[in-house]
Design a protein around this ligand. Structure first.
Ligand code: ATP
Length: 216
């Protein structure tokens, strides 16, 4: 079965941390197609104009252009409203009826998972991959026993490949990547129009940000 991964977020802007997750996960899990899944709404901050979904989408397209197996999904953008993962997952299954689906998140999203609408149902509906992120230790105390039983910890070189094919849905914990950057740090860095952390965004994205004078 083909393996399809979706990585949800606001990507405001997409950065090297996101791309490292995409590349490592695609390799480690032998993913056929990895999609960034931008949300329609970027969080509104009182002192900042929200970045339009068009700009966030365009930056993702530029960032993923060099990679054959990594692309951008418009599924949530097309709804033009806030979507919850519990609403999006059935749609992804409709789009890919005979595929194995993996939903990807970083360690900070995993820590907040109980705030997601119908979080337990979300976690059993598809496979999930939780990627390590510096500054966000991974704990399993906040989830129920039912969920804990599905966790496959692949950190520290563990390669429990047999569980990949047992027919059940799992939550895989992967330390294939560890890249310390965040979109909020980058936005702060950019408020005066300079980009100090130039390595933290792909060159084409840095150029786009300058050209369209974003995050000023
Ligand atoms: P912000 O700083 O604005 O919160 P962010 O950098 O966390 O933004 P998001 O678009 O909110 O970016 O994140 C989308 C997904 O990417 C989330 O699941 C998040 O956990 C994950 N993620 C973001 N940065 C990293 C990173 N450096 N390493 C691993 N996962 C990350």
């Amino acid at each position: 079965m083909r393996r399809i991964a979706y990585f949800g977020g606001t990507f405001d802007p997409v950065h090297t941390g996101h791309l490292s997750v995409a590349r490592s996960v695609t390799k480690q899990f032998d993913i056929d197609l990895f999609y960034f899944l931008p949300a329609f709404h970027a969080p509104h901050k009182p002192n900042r104009i929200p970045t339009s979904a068009f700009h966030r989408f365009a930056m993702l397209v530029l960032a993923t252009e060099p990679y054959d197996r990594i692309g951008v999904s418009t599924v949530e953008l097309e709804k033009s409203e806030k979507r919850f993962t519990i609403q999006t997952l059935p749609e992804l299954y409709r789009i890919h009826p005979d595929c194995e689906l993996f939903f990807v998140m970083g360690a900070d999203s995993w820590a907040d998972i109980r705030t997601w609408r119908d979080w337990e149902e979300v976690l059993v509906m598809s496979n999930h991959i939780v990627a390590t992120r510096p500054g966000y230790p991974i704990s399993f105390d906040h989830v129920t026993e039912k969920i804990r039983q599905r966790i496959v910890d692949l950190r520290n070189g563990s390669s429990k490949t047999e569980v990949f094919n047992d027919g059940a849905k799992h939550i895989y914990i992967s330390d294939a990547v560890l890249y310390d950057t965040s979109a909020s740090e980058l936005r702060e860095d950019l408020t005066d129009g300079r980009l100090e952390k130039r390595n933290d965004v792909p060159a084409a994205v840095a150029k786009y940000i300058e050209k369209y004078e974003l995050y000023r």
